[in-house]
Design a binder for this molecule. Structure first.
Ligand code: ADP
Length: 288
Protein backbone atom coordinates (compact mmCIF):
# COMPACT_ATOMS: atom_id res chain seq x y z
CA UNK A 1 0.00 0.00 0.00
CA UNK A 2 1.48 3.33 -1.11
CA UNK A 3 1.69 6.14 1.48
CA UNK A 4 -0.79 9.00 1.21
CA UNK A 5 0.77 12.31 0.17
CA UNK A 6 -2.24 14.62 0.10
CA UNK A 7 -5.40 14.20 2.08
CA UNK A 8 -7.93 16.86 1.13
CA UNK A 9 -11.16 17.15 3.07
CA UNK A 10 -14.17 19.29 2.12
CA UNK A 11 -12.09 21.86 0.26
CA UNK A 12 -14.00 24.93 -0.87
CA UNK A 13 -12.39 27.86 -2.63
CA UNK A 14 -14.13 31.15 -3.17
CA UNK A 15 -12.23 33.88 -5.11
CA UNK A 16 -12.38 37.52 -4.02
CA UNK A 17 -15.09 38.32 -6.59
CA UNK A 18 -17.35 35.64 -5.10
CA UNK A 19 -16.73 32.89 -7.71
CA UNK A 20 -16.88 29.50 -6.04
CA UNK A 21 -14.21 27.52 -7.89
CA UNK A 22 -14.10 24.42 -5.64
CA UNK A 23 -17.08 23.01 -3.76
CA UNK A 24 -16.59 20.78 -0.77
CA UNK A 25 -14.05 18.63 -2.58
CA UNK A 26 -12.39 15.62 -0.94
CA UNK A 27 -9.50 13.63 -2.38
CA UNK A 28 -6.51 11.50 -1.36
CA UNK A 29 -3.37 11.31 -3.48
CA UNK A 30 -1.03 8.37 -3.09
CA UNK A 31 2.69 8.33 -3.71
CA UNK A 32 4.21 7.24 -7.00
CA UNK A 33 1.14 7.68 -9.19
CA UNK A 34 0.60 9.38 -12.53
CA UNK A 35 -2.58 11.33 -12.00
CA UNK A 36 -4.47 13.33 -14.63
CA UNK A 37 -7.14 15.85 -13.70
CA UNK A 38 -9.57 16.21 -16.58
CA UNK A 39 -12.28 18.78 -17.00
CA UNK A 40 -13.52 21.48 -19.32
CA UNK A 41 -12.52 25.15 -18.98
CA UNK A 42 -13.54 26.58 -15.64
CA UNK A 43 -13.99 23.16 -13.97
CA UNK A 44 -11.60 24.13 -11.17
CA UNK A 45 -8.47 22.19 -12.18
CA UNK A 46 -5.99 25.07 -11.84
CA UNK A 47 -7.54 26.20 -8.57
CA UNK A 48 -7.12 22.70 -7.12
CA UNK A 49 -3.50 22.45 -8.30
CA UNK A 50 -2.63 25.85 -6.82
CA UNK A 51 -3.81 24.58 -3.43
CA UNK A 52 -1.44 21.60 -3.56
CA UNK A 53 1.55 23.92 -3.60
CA UNK A 54 0.15 26.37 -1.05
CA UNK A 55 -0.26 29.23 -3.55
CA UNK A 56 -3.97 29.42 -2.74
CA UNK A 57 -5.45 28.88 0.70
CA UNK A 58 -8.73 27.06 1.29
CA UNK A 59 -11.78 29.17 2.05
CA UNK A 60 -13.05 26.12 3.90
CA UNK A 61 -11.78 22.61 4.49
CA UNK A 62 -8.34 21.17 5.14
CA UNK A 63 -5.35 19.98 3.15
CA UNK A 64 -2.89 17.60 4.80
CA UNK A 65 0.49 16.86 3.28
CA UNK A 66 2.01 13.61 4.60
CA UNK A 67 -0.38 13.67 7.53
CA UNK A 68 0.23 17.31 8.57
CA UNK A 69 -2.12 20.16 7.90
CA UNK A 70 -0.59 22.62 5.42
CA UNK A 71 0.41 25.92 7.07
CA UNK A 72 0.85 29.18 5.22
CA UNK A 73 3.70 30.93 7.03
CA UNK A 74 6.84 31.51 4.96
CA UNK A 75 8.88 28.71 6.53
CA UNK A 76 6.15 26.08 6.16
CA UNK A 77 5.52 27.07 2.54
CA UNK A 78 9.23 26.89 1.68
CA UNK A 79 9.36 23.41 3.13
CA UNK A 80 6.21 22.31 1.23
CA UNK A 81 7.59 23.71 -2.03
CA UNK A 82 10.81 21.73 -1.65
CA UNK A 83 8.67 18.62 -1.99
CA UNK A 84 6.06 19.91 -4.40
CA UNK A 85 7.11 21.64 -7.63
CA UNK A 86 4.59 23.32 -9.89
CA UNK A 87 4.71 24.21 -13.58
CA UNK A 88 2.16 26.93 -14.30
CA UNK A 89 -0.12 26.94 -17.30
CA UNK A 90 1.35 30.22 -18.52
CA UNK A 91 5.17 30.01 -18.68
CA UNK A 92 5.46 33.81 -18.56
CA UNK A 93 4.40 33.70 -14.92
CA UNK A 94 7.33 31.33 -14.21
CA UNK A 95 10.27 32.69 -16.22
CA UNK A 96 11.97 35.85 -15.04
CA UNK A 97 15.76 35.44 -15.33
CA UNK A 98 17.83 37.05 -18.09
CA UNK A 99 18.40 33.83 -20.05
CA UNK A 100 17.36 30.19 -20.20
CA UNK A 101 20.18 28.58 -18.23
CA UNK A 102 19.95 31.17 -15.44
CA UNK A 103 16.23 30.53 -15.22
CA UNK A 104 16.61 26.77 -14.96
CA UNK A 105 19.42 27.14 -12.40
CA UNK A 106 17.47 29.60 -10.23
CA UNK A 107 15.52 26.95 -8.30
CA UNK A 108 18.35 24.55 -7.43
CA UNK A 109 20.62 27.52 -6.57
CA UNK A 110 17.94 28.80 -4.20
CA UNK A 111 17.88 25.43 -2.47
CA UNK A 112 21.50 26.14 -1.53
CA UNK A 113 22.91 23.10 -3.37
CA UNK A 114 26.65 22.90 -4.15
CA UNK A 115 27.63 24.44 -7.52
CA UNK A 116 28.53 21.10 -9.17
CA UNK A 117 25.21 19.58 -8.14
CA UNK A 118 23.30 22.59 -9.48
CA UNK A 119 25.15 22.21 -12.78
CA UNK A 120 24.45 18.47 -12.97
CA UNK A 121 20.74 18.94 -12.30
CA UNK A 122 20.47 21.83 -14.77
CA UNK A 123 22.24 19.87 -17.52
CA UNK A 124 20.03 16.84 -16.91
CA UNK A 125 16.85 18.94 -16.96
CA UNK A 126 17.94 20.65 -20.19
CA UNK A 127 18.69 17.31 -21.86
CA UNK A 128 15.29 15.93 -20.84
CA UNK A 129 13.46 18.91 -22.29
CA UNK A 130 15.82 19.52 -25.27
CA UNK A 131 16.43 23.08 -24.20
CA UNK A 132 20.26 22.90 -24.31
CA UNK A 133 20.41 24.39 -27.82
CA UNK A 134 19.00 27.72 -26.65
CA UNK A 135 20.51 27.79 -23.16
CA UNK A 136 21.99 31.29 -23.63
CA UNK A 137 18.94 32.83 -25.27
CA UNK A 138 16.91 35.49 -23.41
CA UNK A 139 13.66 33.82 -22.31
CA UNK A 140 11.49 36.58 -23.81
CA UNK A 141 12.72 35.66 -27.32
CA UNK A 142 11.46 32.08 -27.03
CA UNK A 143 8.30 30.67 -28.61
CA UNK A 144 5.46 29.61 -26.30
CA UNK A 145 6.40 25.91 -26.67
CA UNK A 146 10.06 26.66 -25.92
CA UNK A 147 9.10 28.74 -22.85
CA UNK A 148 6.93 25.88 -21.65
CA UNK A 149 9.83 23.43 -21.91
CA UNK A 150 12.13 25.83 -20.05
CA UNK A 151 9.53 26.21 -17.27
CA UNK A 152 9.29 22.40 -17.01
CA UNK A 153 13.11 22.14 -16.98
CA UNK A 154 13.25 24.66 -14.11
CA UNK A 155 11.00 22.48 -11.97
CA UNK A 156 12.74 19.21 -12.97
CA UNK A 157 16.08 20.75 -11.97
CA UNK A 158 14.80 21.23 -8.42
CA UNK A 159 14.13 17.49 -8.27
CA UNK A 160 10.93 17.68 -6.20
CA UNK A 161 9.21 14.51 -5.01
CA UNK A 162 5.88 15.61 -6.49
CA UNK A 163 5.59 17.45 -9.78
CA UNK A 164 2.40 19.33 -10.59
CA UNK A 165 1.83 20.55 -14.13
CA UNK A 166 -1.08 22.72 -15.22
CA UNK A 167 -1.86 21.88 -18.86
CA UNK A 168 1.73 20.88 -19.67
CA UNK A 169 1.11 20.08 -23.34
CA UNK A 170 -1.05 23.11 -24.20
CA UNK A 171 0.86 25.10 -26.81
CA UNK A 172 3.29 22.26 -27.58
CA UNK A 173 3.38 20.49 -30.94
CA UNK A 174 2.85 16.73 -31.05
CA UNK A 175 6.60 15.89 -31.02
CA UNK A 176 7.29 17.89 -27.85
CA UNK A 177 3.99 16.85 -26.21
CA UNK A 178 5.04 13.20 -26.56
CA UNK A 179 8.54 13.99 -25.44
CA UNK A 180 7.35 15.79 -22.28
CA UNK A 181 4.99 12.91 -21.48
CA UNK A 182 7.90 10.47 -21.92
CA UNK A 183 10.04 12.55 -19.55
CA UNK A 184 7.22 12.48 -17.00
CA UNK A 185 6.95 8.68 -17.40
CA UNK A 186 10.67 8.34 -16.91
CA UNK A 187 10.81 10.40 -13.71
CA UNK A 188 7.69 8.75 -12.30
CA UNK A 189 9.46 5.38 -12.67
CA UNK A 190 12.19 6.81 -10.44
CA UNK A 191 9.60 7.16 -7.68
CA UNK A 192 8.12 10.62 -8.29
CA UNK A 193 4.44 11.45 -8.19
CA UNK A 194 3.08 13.38 -11.16
CA UNK A 195 -0.19 15.30 -11.08
CA UNK A 196 -1.23 17.14 -14.21
CA UNK A 197 -4.31 18.87 -15.50
CA UNK A 198 -5.46 18.60 -19.08
CA UNK A 199 -8.56 18.72 -21.21
CA UNK A 200 -7.05 16.17 -23.60
CA UNK A 201 -8.99 12.96 -22.88
CA UNK A 202 -6.78 10.84 -25.15
CA UNK A 203 -3.62 11.95 -23.43
CA UNK A 204 -5.08 11.34 -19.96
CA UNK A 205 -6.57 7.94 -20.85
CA UNK A 206 -3.36 6.54 -22.32
CA UNK A 207 -0.92 8.04 -19.83
CA UNK A 208 -2.47 8.12 -16.37
CA UNK A 209 -2.70 5.51 -13.60
CA UNK A 210 -5.58 7.47 -12.13
CA UNK A 211 -7.96 10.04 -13.56
CA UNK A 212 -9.94 12.68 -11.70
CA UNK A 213 -12.89 14.11 -13.63
CA UNK A 214 -13.83 17.61 -12.49
CA UNK A 215 -16.86 19.68 -13.34
CA UNK A 216 -18.09 22.94 -11.83
CA UNK A 217 -15.74 22.77 -8.83
CA UNK A 218 -16.53 19.18 -7.95
CA UNK A 219 -15.00 15.77 -8.54
CA UNK A 220 -17.43 13.70 -10.60
CA UNK A 221 -15.34 10.52 -10.49
CA UNK A 222 -11.88 9.27 -9.65
CA UNK A 223 -10.25 5.97 -10.49
CA UNK A 224 -8.31 4.02 -13.11
CA UNK A 225 -8.84 5.31 -16.68
CA UNK A 226 -11.01 2.43 -17.93
CA UNK A 227 -13.35 2.49 -14.91
CA UNK A 228 -13.67 6.27 -15.12
CA UNK A 229 -14.47 6.37 -18.85
CA UNK A 230 -16.93 3.47 -18.56
CA UNK A 231 -19.18 5.90 -16.67
CA UNK A 232 -20.42 7.49 -19.87
CA UNK A 233 -23.13 9.61 -18.21
CA UNK A 234 -20.53 11.35 -15.99
CA UNK A 235 -18.21 11.91 -18.95
CA UNK A 236 -21.09 13.57 -20.80
CA UNK A 237 -21.96 15.64 -17.71
CA UNK A 238 -18.37 16.90 -17.63
CA UNK A 239 -18.70 17.87 -21.32
CA UNK A 240 -15.91 15.49 -22.30
CA UNK A 241 -15.66 12.91 -25.11
CA UNK A 242 -14.69 9.27 -24.79
CA UNK A 243 -11.05 8.49 -25.69
CA UNK A 244 -10.73 7.24 -29.29
CA UNK A 245 -9.09 3.95 -28.20
CA UNK A 246 -12.04 3.11 -25.99
CA UNK A 247 -14.63 4.30 -28.53
CA UNK A 248 -13.04 2.23 -31.33
CA UNK A 249 -12.93 -0.85 -29.10
CA UNK A 250 -16.54 -0.39 -28.02
CA UNK A 251 -17.55 -0.12 -31.69
CA UNK A 252 -15.71 -3.38 -32.43
CA UNK A 253 -17.54 -5.04 -29.51
CA UNK A 254 -20.84 -3.73 -30.84
CA UNK A 255 -19.98 -5.15 -34.26
CA UNK A 256 -19.18 -8.50 -32.52
CA UNK A 257 -15.49 -8.53 -33.36
CA UNK A 258 -14.86 -8.87 -29.60
CA UNK A 259 -16.88 -10.20 -26.72
CA UNK A 260 -18.05 -7.64 -24.16
CA UNK A 261 -16.08 -9.62 -21.51
CA UNK A 262 -12.78 -8.71 -23.17
CA UNK A 263 -10.58 -6.26 -21.23
CA UNK A 264 -10.80 -2.75 -22.68
CA UNK A 265 -7.42 -1.60 -24.09
CA UNK A 266 -5.88 1.50 -22.52
CA UNK A 267 -3.67 2.54 -25.38
CA UNK A 268 -3.21 2.33 -29.12
CA UNK A 269 -0.67 -0.52 -28.89
CA UNK A 270 -3.03 -2.69 -26.82
CA UNK A 271 -5.89 -1.98 -29.24
CA UNK A 272 -3.78 -2.82 -32.30
CA UNK A 273 -2.59 -6.04 -30.64
CA UNK A 274 -6.18 -7.09 -30.08
CA UNK A 275 -7.08 -6.30 -33.68
CA UNK A 276 -4.07 -8.32 -34.92
CA UNK A 277 -5.11 -11.29 -32.80
CA UNK A 278 -8.44 -11.54 -34.61
CA UNK A 279 -7.02 -10.83 -38.05
CA UNK A 280 -7.67 -14.26 -39.55
CA UNK A 281 -11.20 -14.35 -38.14
CA UNK A 282 -11.73 -10.80 -39.29
CA UNK A 283 -10.53 -11.59 -42.85
CA UNK A 284 -12.82 -14.63 -42.90
CA UNK A 285 -15.76 -12.41 -41.94
CA UNK A 286 -14.95 -9.90 -44.72
CA UNK A 287 -14.52 -12.55 -47.45
CA UNK A 288 -17.57 -14.51 -46.20
P1 ADP B 1 -9.81 25.25 -14.99
O1 ADP B 1 -8.37 25.20 -14.64
O2 ADP B 1 -10.49 23.92 -14.88
O3 ADP B 1 -10.06 25.89 -16.34
P2 ADP B 1 -10.00 27.32 -12.96
O4 ADP B 1 -9.57 26.72 -11.68
O5 ADP B 1 -9.02 28.18 -13.71
O6 ADP B 1 -10.58 26.16 -13.92
O7 ADP B 1 -11.31 28.20 -12.71
C1 ADP B 1 -12.39 27.75 -11.93
C2 ADP B 1 -13.37 28.91 -11.80
O8 ADP B 1 -12.79 29.95 -11.03
C3 ADP B 1 -13.79 29.54 -13.13
O9 ADP B 1 -15.13 29.94 -13.01
C4 ADP B 1 -12.87 30.76 -13.23
O10 ADP B 1 -13.47 31.79 -13.99
C5 ADP B 1 -12.75 31.16 -11.77
N1 ADP B 1 -11.47 31.84 -11.46
C6 ADP B 1 -10.21 31.40 -11.67
N2 ADP B 1 -9.31 32.28 -11.22
C7 ADP B 1 -10.01 33.32 -10.69
C8 ADP B 1 -9.66 34.53 -10.06
N3 ADP B 1 -8.37 34.86 -9.85
N4 ADP B 1 -10.64 35.34 -9.64
C9 ADP B 1 -11.95 35.03 -9.85
N5 ADP B 1 -12.36 33.88 -10.43
C10 ADP B 1 -11.40 33.03 -10.85
Amino acid sequence: MQPILFDIENLTHCYADGTIALRNLSLTVKQGKKIAILGNNGAGKSTLLLHLNGILQPTNGTIRFKGREVKYDRKSLLSLRKHVGIVFQDPDSQLFSANVIQDIAFGPQNLGLPKEEVLRKVEWAMEQTETTEFSDKPTHFLSLGQKKRVAIAGVLAMDPEIIILDEPTAGLDSYFSKQIMNVLDHIQKQGKTIILSTHDVNLAYQWADEIIIMHDGEILCYGDPVTVFEQAHLIRKAHLDAPWVMETFQFLVQEKFFSSNEAIPQNKEELFQKISSIKSWNLGKISG
